[in-house]
Design a protein around this ligand. Structure first.
Ligand code: G3P
Ligand code: MG
Length: 246
């Protein structure tokens, strides 16, 4: 499905203002005028997809240990908001289904970043494909991953959903990677980007998105290089919603 992306995408919802990867964070991004959000998803031990960034629970919940070793029910008992601020105490880890419902209700596009654990890539992609296929009136979705195996499998299991490869730095073999995975965009760590690279990618029709930028000047210089969109934790701070082109 063809779609256009806004210049700014709320990162992990609006991670600068609310606990990342929670429904509160997605609501906050919408409130700040963002029309798309990025969030990370991972597989639980009982094959459910939940929003979560780290492999372990300590930084963003009151739990301990690895997320992948826990079932959905036990993850749902954790507090995923109190670490960020007392206003968010009681916020829980959302399922992918809950996040999609929230995005649909708020009319947000979603960049779903799949963080597969090693050896569970197929199971993760199949759970994702099942969720998307069974989700009524799904929001617009762009799916991305750092993991090459995951992106390849997405092409197989969900060919109609747009894909992106995420890289910290543009690899030497980017052209063959992109061709093999048939991605519509490359999402690149902002520290490594320069104008020559962005133009080289653009000349092949590839869109370049950069993460994670929380500074207006840096955002402007990336746009001047030809970057299409940036991921930001602080959408309201670095742009006026009125200037976003969609
Ligand atoms: O998808 C862009 C960005 O979120 C990738 O890095 O570690 O913040 O998920 P990370
Ligand atoms: Mg991410």
């Amino acid at each position: 499905m063809a779609f256009s992306l806004p210049k700014f995408i709320g990162h992990r919802g609006a991670a600068g203002y609310a606990p990342e990867n929670t429904l509160a964070s997605i609501h906050k991004a919408a409130l700040l005028g963002t029309s798309w959000v990025e969030f990370d998803v991972q597989l639980t031990c009982d094959s459910e997809l939940v929003l979560f960034h780290d492999s372990s629970l300590e930084r963003t919940t009151n739990g301990r240990g690895l997320l992948a070793g826990r079932c959905l029910k036990s993850l749902k008992d954790l507090d995923a908001g109190g670490w960020f601020g007392s206003d968010f105490t009681g916020e829980t880890i959302p399922t992918l289904n809950q996040a999609l419902s929230t995005a649909r209700e708020l009319d947000l596009g979603c960049n779903v970043e799949i963080k597969s654990s090693f050896g569970r890539e197929r199971e993760t992609v199949r759970a994702f494909a099942r969720t998307i296929v069974n989700f009524p009136k799904s929001p617009t979705i762009l799916v991305s991953s750092f993991c090459h195996v995951t992106v390849q499998m997405l092409k197989h299991y969900l060919p109609e959903v747009r894909r992106a490869l995420i890289v910290q730095k543009i690899p030497a073999n980017w052209q063959s990677l992109i061709r093999r995975m048939q991605c519509s965009s490359l999402h690149v760590g902002e520290e490594s980007l320069d104008q020559r690279q962005v133009q080289m990618l653009q000349s092949t029709g590839m869109r370049v998105l950069a993460f994670t930028i929380n500074d207006r000047k840096r955002a402007e210089s990336l746009f001047a290089m030809g970057v299409s969109s940036i991921f930001t934790d602080v959408p309201g701070r670095i742009f006026s919603p009125m200037t976003v082109s969609i």
